[in-house]
Design a binder for this molecule. Structure first.
Ligand code: ATP
Ligand code: MG
Ligand code: MG
Ligand code: MG
Length: 439
C-alpha cells in the first residue's frame, strides 16, 4: 500500500477523553473512530489488524476440528423465553420491536440460537461430537462503555459451542478449547493466563477466564507467579487425544490463579509468600462447561447407543476478538507508539523514502515495494512529500515491526537501512539483504 493513496487519518494531538494508552494509540494511529458511546467504526488500519486476529482465531479453531458458521446478530425473544434468560439477562440486553410488534433483541451471546439449530438437526449420538463456532458482532448495553474497544457496547466475539453425548466428552471439549486458546493468544504475542472464574449469566460450574496482566485491566486477579513461567510453545498437539489435552489443562490450571469472584484467601496462603501476586488483568476469553442447562431447557436430545433419549452435554467458549486489539497494545507499546507483534501487524514492513521525488530513491523504493509485495510480505510505503521526521513519527506510531529507510546518501553506496521497531536497532545493508531478512 502506498501511503499517499491510503486512508490513515493520524491524529497529532493526544485525544483528551481517552483514559488508557491503547485507546489513545488506536485513535492517534487512525485505527478506529467512535460512532456513538461504545460503538466504533473500524478505519482501514484497525480493520487490517482485526482481520489478522480473526484469521488466527479461525486457524486455531479449525486446527482442532471446530467448524465455522455464522448466525444473525438479531434474534427473536421467543427462544430466550424458552431458556428462561429473556428476563434473567437484564438491561445489558438491547431489546426492540419490529413493525409487526414482535419482540427482538441484538444477541449478547448465542447459546439459545445454536441449541435450536442443533435440536432441529441432530437426533442421534452418532452425529456427535460436534463443535460449531462463529465470529460475529455482539451487543451488550454496558453500563460504562469505556477504554475504546476494550469495553464496547458493540464488539466482535468468537463464540463456539460444543455438543457431546457424555460429560466426559464435553470435558474433553473444554480441555481442547483451553489448548486452542493458549495457542491463539501466544500467536498474537500475548501471555493470557487461564484463571478459575465465575460463570455469570452463562451458567455452569466449570469455567476459566483467560487474563492478560495489565495495570489498566478491569479484573482483579490473584496468582502464583510460577504460572507466568509456563507456555505452550511449539509442542505438537493431537486434539483428539483426550489424555494429552487433559495434561495441558492440568499443567496450566493447577497452580493458584483466580479472579476476585472465586479468590480464596485460605488456599492462596498456601502459595509460597514470595510467589503470591495480586494484580490486574484484561479478560480476553472464557470457556464454560455447563452440562445440560440449555439442552434441558430447550429439549435438545439425542438417542444414545441404547436407544434412550438423553440431553446433549454442552459448553460455550468465547474470545474477545475486538478487545484483543486493546489488550495487545496495552502489552506492547512504548512512548512513541504501538509495537505490533509479527503475528497481528497490519503490514509487515514500512518503507520510508527520505527524498521523495529523487529519481534514485524513488526507483529504489518502488523496486523494494514491488519485490516485497510479490513475495506476500505486505508493505506500507510512505511515498508522501513529507519531512523525514514526520515520516519516522508516523511509522513509530503505527508500530510496524520493521522499517526500511531509503535515502540518497546510503543509496550511493548501494545501502538502505533496516530498523527493528521493538529494539530500535538499525543496520545498513543492500536492499536485497534487507528483503531477505524479512522473509
Ligand atoms: P467482562 O467481564 O469483561 O464484562 P464477560 O465475562 O461479560 O466480559 P463473556 O460473556 O465471557 O464476557 O464473553 C466472552 C469474551 O468477550 C470476554 O472474555 C471478553 O474478552 C469479550 N467481551 C465481553 N464483553 C465485552 C465488551 N463489552 N467489549 C469488548 N469485548 C467484550
Ligand atoms: Mg460482561
Ligand atoms: Mg467477565
Ligand atoms: Mg467472561
Amino acid at each position: 500500500m502506498r501511503l499517499s493513496r491510503y486512508f490513515l487519518p493520524v491524529l497529532k494531538e493526544t485525544p483528551a477523553d481517552a483514559q488508557i494508552v491503547s485507546h489513545r494509540l488506536m485513535l492517534r494511529a487512525g485505527m478506529i473512530k467512535q460512532a456513538s458511546a461504545g460503538i466504533y467504526s473500524w478505519l482501514p488500519l484497525g480493520y487490517r489488524v482485526l482481520r489478522r486476529i480473526e484469521r488466527i482465531v479461525h486457524e486455531e479453531q479449525q486446527r482442532a476440528g471446530h467448524i465455522p458458521m455464522l448466525m444473525p446478530t438479531l434474534q427473536s425473544a421467543d427462544l430466550w423465553r424458552e431458556s428462561g434468560r429473556y428476563d434473567a439477562y437484564g438491561p445489558e440486553m438491547l431489546r426492540f420491536k419490529d413493525r409487526q410488534d414482535r419482540e427482538m433483541l441484538f444477541g449478547p451471546t448465542n447459546e439459545e440460537l445454536i441449541t435450536d439449530i442443533v435440536r432441529s438437526n441432530i437426533g442421534s449420538y452418532k452425529q456427535l461430537p460436534l463443535t460449531l463456532y462463529q465470529i460475529q458482532w455482539k451487543f451488550r448495553d454496558e453500563m460504562r462503555p469505556r477504554f475504546g474497544v476494550m469495553r464496547g457496547r458493540e464488539f466482535l466475539m468468537k463464540d463456539g459451542y460444543n455438543f457431546d453425548l457424555t460429560r466426559e466428552d464435553a470435558l474433553h471439549a473444554y480441555n481442547r478449547h483451553l489448548v486452542t486458546y493458549l495457542r491463539t493468544y501466544e500467536r498474537m504475542g500475548l501471555q493470557a493466563i487461564p484463571m478459575r472464574a465465575d460463570s455469570g449469566p452463562i451458567g455452569g460450574d466449570d469455567t476459566h477466564e483467560f487474563l492478560v496482566l495489565a495495570e489498566t485491566g478491569e479484573s482483579e486477579v490473584f496468582y502464583d507467579s510460577a504460572v507466568t513461567d509456563i507456555s505452550l510453545g511449539q509442542r505438537d498437539i493431537d486434539y483428539d487425544d483426550k489424555a494429552q489435552c487433559a495434561a495441558v489443562m492440568e499443567e496450566f490450571t493447577t497452580l493458584y490463579a483466580r479472579t476476585d469472584e472465586t479468590h480464596d484467601e485460605t488456599l492462596f496462603a498456601e502459595v509460597p509468600e514470595d510467589r503470591r501476586r495480586s494484580a490486574r488483568g484484561i479478560e480476553v476469553g472464557q470457556i464454560f462447561y455447563f452440562g445440560t442447562k440449555y439442552s434441558d431447557a430447550l429439549g435438545a436430545t439425542v438417542q444414545g447407543p441404547d436407544g434412550k433419549s438423553v440431553p446433549i452435554h454442552m459448553g460455550s467458549h468465547g474470545i474477545g476478538v475486538s478487545r484483543l486489539l486493546g489488550a495487545i497494545i496495552e502489552a506492547s507499546h512504548d512512548d512513541r507508539g504501538i509495537i505490533w507483534p509479527e503475528g497481528v501487524t497490519p503490514f509487515h514492513v514500512g518503507i520510508v523514502n527520505l527524498r521523495q521525488g529523487d529519481q534514485s530513491t524513488d526507483s529504489a523504493c518502488d523496486g523494494i515495494y514491488r519485490q516485497l509485495e510479490s513475495e506476500g510480505l505486505t508493505a506500507l510505503y510512505d511515498d508522501r512529500d513529507e519531512r523525514a521526521g514526520a515520516k519516522f513519527a508516523t511509522m513509530d506510531l503505527i508500530g510496524l515491526p520493521w522499517r526500511i529507510t531509503v535515502g540518497p546518501r546510503g543509496l550511493s553506496n548501494g545501502k538502505v537501512e533496516l530498523t527493528s521497531r521493538r529494539t530500535g536497532t538499525s543496520e545498513e545493508m543492500s536492499p536485497e539483504a534487507a528483503i531477505a531478512r524479512l522473509r
